[in-house]
Design a protein around this ligand. Structure first.
Ligand SMILES: [Zn+2]
Length: 231
């Protein structure tokens, strides 16, 4: 194999390594809990807290209603027991009974409102649970795909690095040195030459230059300085 082809193949291997290493870094960074997952989880937790508070409020309201109902019953019993005959006391007691009734009605209305809020929060929570399930399912799939991709990349990189070592072993140190310097400076050290044009920079080569490149010696492009390779 000619030296320019060897260099061209080495470069192809190394560019592949670079690209796969970049994908590997990105894939590794994407492992772990996603923003969507955390948001869905926080949403559910907020919904649970909201429902918990409402249920406590509901419980308190029920307890208050029970309390006032007890007081009302006791006042009514006293009122109708016939034990109290003093008109002033009776009127006061009647007034108390009315007040208890009013208070009970207000509390019952409040309790009804709270119950409606509890129902709404319960249904909202069910929606949030479904959403979290869905997000979690997608996230698990993505993580599985990522893990597979990472495994594949690691295997491919280990194979490519062996190929790189094999390719390097067949090229003399001086040429490798020249290739490395060009890679650092230009990104790509070897440019394919097609239809009399350097694909590295797009310039057309003279016939004399073309002949020299075809001679399979290391010839640099006059314009971009890359090693020219012709298939
Ligand atoms: Zn060029």
């Amino acid at each position: 194999m000619g030296i320019t082809r060897q260099l061209y193949q080495l470069q192809a291997i190394e560019l592949d390594i670079e690209s796969k290493e970049q994908t590997l870094v990105q894939s590794l960074a994407s492992l772990g809990e996603s923003k969507a997952l955390l948001e869905a989880r926080n949403g559910l937790s907020a919904g649970e807290q909201c429902l918990g508070e409402l249920e406590k409020k509901q419980h308190d309201a029920e307890w208050e209603i029970e309390d006032i109902a007890g007081k009302l019953l006791s006042a009514q019993e006293t009122l109708y027991s016939g034990r109290i005959t003093n008109p002033k006391e009776l009127s006061g007691l009647q007034h108390e009974v009315e007040n208890f009734k009013k208070k009970r009605n207000v509390l019952e209305e409040e309790a009804l409102e709270i119950m409606e809020q509890v129902e709404a929060a319960t249904s909202e929570l069910a929606g949030l649970r479904l959403k979290l399930d869905e997000v979690e399912k997608n996230w698990r799939q993505q993580q599985q795909q990522l893990s597979d991709t990472i495994e594949e990349l690691k295997i491919a990189l280990s194979r490519l690095k062996k190929e790189q070592q094999q390719a390097l072993a067949g090229i003399d140190d001086e040429t490798v040195d020249c290739y490395r310097k060009l890679r650092q400076k230009r990104g790509k050290a070897v440019a394919r030459m097609e239809q009399g044009t350097c694909r590295g920079c797009g310039i057309s080569l003279s016939t004399a230059e073309l002949q020299r490149v075809k001679g399979n010696r290391i010839i640099m492009c006059n314009n971009c300085g890359r090693i020219l390779f012709v298939d």
